[in-house]
Ligand binder design. Structure first.
Ligand SMILES: C[S@@+](CC[C@H](N)C(=O)[O-])C[C@H]1O[C@@H](n2cnc3c(N)ncnc32)[C@H](O)[C@@H]1O
Length: 224
């Protein structure tokens, strides 16, 4: 299956699909951290055609997420309100292009979104599910045992079934407590291997819907 992982430099989801035999590619304006040759370094909007099966996208959430809505009313030091609203427009435009890509099965990952972002997204629909990484973890000391509410906007894909065995009590809040630093944003947005494995295990076998017509993409029923 041909799978594009949009806005991913870590390779986490790409490797999960690749390991199951899929023709998986990542695309990001940053280089691949694992130096894979199955990575396109470019604006992903130049590469949204030709994916006959699945696009999984992790667009930047900085100006779209609920936790940052305050900056739209009082900008952070050194930034102007105009800049904040311009970045909101840019973020919503990228999310829209990914969500509306001509591909039968699309998953866009982001945190809970504020109302100004929702209003700007073409064909906006509420997220299909939300969970924490620990819902997909099995090792209390492993990388998935984290609290970080993660939402999926899904088109042509069923919600993921949780695969974890943890109870959440020991889950770390590393992402929320991370101190300042040059790599803070990147470290906070690094994806989780347990969720990536669930995506590849549960969505990989689906294949494209046989009768896919791009113009009908918003009336496709979700697979059972
Ligand atoms: C929230 S981070 C997601 C990181 C991802 N979860 C990972 O594990 O690599 C957003 C990513 O989008 C990338 N990005 C921003 N604008 C982009 C664009 N127009 N085309 C491709 N990638 C873009 C950034 O470089 C960043 O890596």
């Amino acid at each position: 299956m041909k799978v594009l992982i949009a806005c991913e430099a870590s390779g986490t989801v790409r490797r999960a699909f690749e390991a199951r035999g899929h023709d998986a590619w990542s695309c990001d304006i940053r280089p691949a951290e694992d130096k894979s040759n199955r990575h396109i370094r470019d604006d992903v909007r130049n590469h949204l055609e030709g994916w006959d099966c699945i696009i999984v996208a992790h667009p930047p959430c900085t100006r779209l997420c609920n936790s940052g809505v305050r900056w739209l009313h009082k900008p952070p030091p050194g930034r102007s309100l105009d800049e904040m609203w311009a970045e909101l427009e840019e973020g919503a435009a990228l999310f829209s292009d990914l969500w509306n890509a001509k591909c039968p099965r699309v998953a866009v990952e982001n945190p809970v979104m504020h109302k100004h972002a929702k209003k700007r997204i073409r064909n906006y629909q509420p997220f299909a599910q939300s969970f924490h990484p620990w819902h997909f973890g099995t090792d209390p000391a492993g990388p998935d045992n984290e609290k970080k509410r993660t939402c999926l906007w899904l088109r042509g894909l069923p919600p993921l079934r949780a695969t974890g065995t943890l109870d959440g009590f020991s889950a770390r809040a590393r992402v929320h407590k991370m101190g300042p630093g040059a790599d803070r944003g990147l470290e906070r947005s690094r994806f989780f291997p347990g969720i990536a494995d669930a995506m590849a295990d549960q969505w990989g076998p689906l294949g494209p819907p046989p009768e896919f017509e791009p113009e009908e993409q918003f009336v496709l029923p979700l697979a059972a």
